[in-house]
Design a protein around this ligand. Structure first.
Ligand code: KMH
Ligand code: ZN
Length: 273
């Protein structure tokens, strides 16, 4: 079986220090959390950035400062900026980090309810626009799917040339408004992607570790991190993103799956070396 790629979603746009005081906002805090995750075994950092007071931003210069600071200490880690940003941002605002030509970036494949009155909007034309931008700049999209219909959308846009093969999906499971975190739904998603595609699974909240185990056993890849879950076990707040990654590494070792280095992750995902 392929080695396991672990992605750490260290910060997100919605989670705050009230959920977990270790959620990073400042550049130094982002470097600390990325470093702990990397040292524990993460090869990809899924990155959102915030201003020092925690407000989410897609500002290109803030991304550059955080990415440069992480790479100065951990030069080989893959940094995957978000183009999802936060609910309510415009497309061009969200696309700013693509101007930095990262190796990867997220590409959200549909619209969903996102708690309360919020709607995370990704129309078909938005997805096409983001897909074209990533092809132009040689950025590998991680296709964020929050429901099965979003896989179908990605497959349709792939046929029309807006997304290239081999596709790499992230099954985000357990968001209120998206697909559940049940094993049955995981099987449904993983059976719905092409044979040459890769996937990672991001279970929200209590679904994080059970779905990690499912992906480890199935030959998929795993995302953990404060963006998705702030607890190391029931009722216990995680000390760091590194602690969440360590738990996945432990589970993988028990189940006989080796962990990919960033170079091995690049090879598996077909990123430029
Ligand atoms: N913050 C969510 C609205 C992504 O990174 O591409 C969108 C999100 C997905 O987190
Ligand atoms: Zn994200």
């Amino acid at each position: 079986m392929e080695k396991l790629i672990i992605t750490a979603a260290i910060c997100g746009a919605e989670v705050t220090k009230e959920h977990n005081p270790n959620v990073p906002y400042t550049i130094e805090e982002c470097v600390r959390e990325a470093g702990l995750a990397y040292e524990a075994g993460a090869s990809i950092i899924h990155l959102h950035v915030r201003t020092d007071d925690g407000t989410p931003t897609q500002d290109k210069s803030r991304f550059k400062m955080v990415m440069d600071a992480i790479h100065a200490k951990y030069p080989d880690v893959i940094i995957q900026p978000s183009t999802g940003g936060a609910v309510g941002m415009t497309n061009d605002e969200r696309l700013q980090p693509t101007e930095l030509n990262p190796e990867m970036a997220t590409l959200d494949c549909g619209t969903l309810n996102f708690g309360g009155d919020e709607i995370f909007e990704n129309t078909e034309n938005t997805i096409k626009y983001f897909g074209e931008r990533m092809i132009e700049r040689g950025i590998k999209p991680e296709l964020e799917v929050f429901d099965k219909s979003m896989i179908d959308m990605a497959l349709r846009l792939h046929k029309k040339g807006f997304i290239k093969s081999p596709m790499h999906f992230d099954f985000v499971m357990g968001v209120n408004g998206g697909i559940s975190g049940k094993l049955r739904d995981f099987v449904f998603l993983r059976e719905s992607i092409p044979a040459d595609a890769t996937y990672t699974v991001a279970g929200i909240g209590r679904f994080e570790f059970p779905l990690a185990v499912a992906a480890i056993v199935d030959g998929g890849h795993v995302r953990v991190g404060f963006e998705d879950n702030t607890m190391i076990s029931r009722g216990v707040v995680a000390e760091s993103n590194g602690q969440l990654v360590e738990k996945v590494v432990r589970l993988a070792k028990e189940l006989g799956r080796e962990i990919a280095t960033p170079a091995e992750a690049r090879e598996i995902l077909g990123l430029k070396q």
